[in-house]
Write a protein that binds this ligand. Structure first.
Ligand code: FES
Length: 139
């Protein structure tokens, strides 16, 4: 299996079995975001405790790239501090726009092919933009 196939499998896996999909009982922060080019949307809910992301859920509907990316992002940020999570979002956004990041991004690296398709960057970054929006909103 070559790298492209591994990446494809990873995206498929997150799309078919999205991690952290659903709702939290008592989120401390949340934000919804719409991809205006297609009408797809995502809702992100976070439970912040002691400055860390104790739990996270996402819901919504979108293409396989946006849903897989959201699933991967929730795994990447769970347990991280707010600053660390925002850094992951910033690094990932650079990564998918072709501005190479040498930071390890875990499963999110499976989305590296998106940089060749600018129209899909909005799909891949929808959850990350929702994360940034949630952090900017007051609790
Ligand atoms: Fe709508 Fe990708 S086509 S988020």
């Amino acid at each position: 299996m070559n790298l492209d196939e591994i990446y494809r499998e990873t995206i498929l896996d997150h799309n078919q079995s999205p991690r952290n999909y659903g709702h939290l009982d008592h989120p401390t922060k949340s934000a919804g975001l719409l991809n205006p080019t297609c009408g797809d949307q995502i809702q992100l809910e976070l439970l912040i405790h002691d400055g860390k992301i104790a739990d996270v859920r996402f819901s919504g509907q979108g293409c396989s790239i946006s849903m897989a990316s959201a699933s991967m992002m929730t795994e990447a940020i769970k347990g991280k501090s707010i600053d660390e999570a925002l850094l992951i979002a910033a690094d990932f956004k650079k990564f998918v726009t072709g501005d190479s990041s040498d930071k390890p991004l875990g499963d999110l690296e499976a989305l590296q092919g998106v940089s060749q398709f600018p129209s899909r960057v909005k799909c891949a970054t929808l959850a990350h933009n929702a994360l940034e929006k949630a952090m900017l909103l007051d609790e």
